[in-house]
Design a protein around this ligand. Structure first.
Ligand code: ATP
Length: 236
């Protein structure tokens, strides 16, 4: 945004010796980075049907001013009721590949034959509002986001069992038999990754929804809420 060129371009010629303005451009860059950075993002990951969206909806409903949802891109078609730019940015494979090549994405993953991804812009949009950006992403995306400097809090949502996961996915009635089988196959591998030590900051088993939600809320309040400075006892 504020680079050396754009700033020197608006300065009088006599001031154009670059060395004088290096500290100014450095200060502006540091300031802009600080303003842009915002709070630490929150990543929700887990097998399809484990309850990420359900937990997320509750969180956004209870704290509408505190959290924002990063809107992902996908090449899959919209489900009934899904709106472009709200639930997902629906796009084509060609457009998405081109944007990835331009470095516009933080993470991408292919799942059940469709591409998904989080653009840098989507996270910045939420960060700019000062809200905690929530990311709902797949395991491959988690591996990629760990390599950025975003320093996210990583939450893995686990179903109580594969049998219960299947029951919930069938109950949701959004997948055909083929897609459902693919999701269940993938789920076993995801659960193994989710349970490995150090892959996530917390693993929440979504058995009873209210219990899982409380765990999530407690975890966030312990890790996200800024600590108030303690009074200095030595000055009394
Ligand atoms: N604790 C729970 N007990 C019973 N049903 C639940 C529970 N949590 C979620 N569900 C139900 O399970 C289904 C799957 O949940 P949800 O859509 O939130 O999963 P998801 O992880 O977001 O899936 P996807 O990744 O495919 O979007 C939904 O119909 C939801 O209402």
């Amino acid at each position: 945004m504020f680079d050396g060129l754009s700033i020197t371009a608006v300065l009088p010629k006599s001031y154009l010796s670059l060395w004088r303005y290096l500290p100014i451009t450095y200060f502006f860059k540091a300031f802009v980075t600080m303003v842009q950075k915002g709070p630490r993002p929150l990543v929700l990951c887990g097998p399809s049907g484990s309850g990420k969206s359900t937990l997320l909806k509750r969180l956004l409903k209870e704290f509408p001013d505190k959290f924002g949802f990063s809107v992902s891109h996908t090449t899959r078609g919209p489900r009934p009721g899904e709106k472009d730019g709200v639930h997902y940015h629906f796009t084509t494979k060609d457009d998405m590949v081109a944007a990835i090549e331009k470095g516009e994405f933080i993470e991408t993953a292919t799942f059940s034959g469709n591409m998904y991804g989080t653009s840098k812009r989507a996270v910045e949009d939420v960060r700019c509002t000062g809200k905690i950006c929530i990311l709902d992403i797949e395991i491959e995306g988690v591996k990629q986001i760990k390599r950025t400097d975003l320093d996210p809090l990583l939450v893995f949502v686990m179903p109580p069992s594969i049998g219960e996961l299947e029951r919930r996915l069938r109950g949701r009635n959004t997948e055909d038999e083929d897609a459902l089988k693919k999701r269940l196959d993938t789920a076993s591998r995801e659960i193994l990754y989710g349970q490995e030590p150090d892959n996530f900051h917390i693993v929440i088993v979504n058995d009873k929804l209210s219990k899982a939600y409380s765990e999530l809320r407690d975890f966030i309040s312990q890790n996200m809420v800024e600590k108030k400075s303690e009074p200095d006892a030595t000055q009394e």
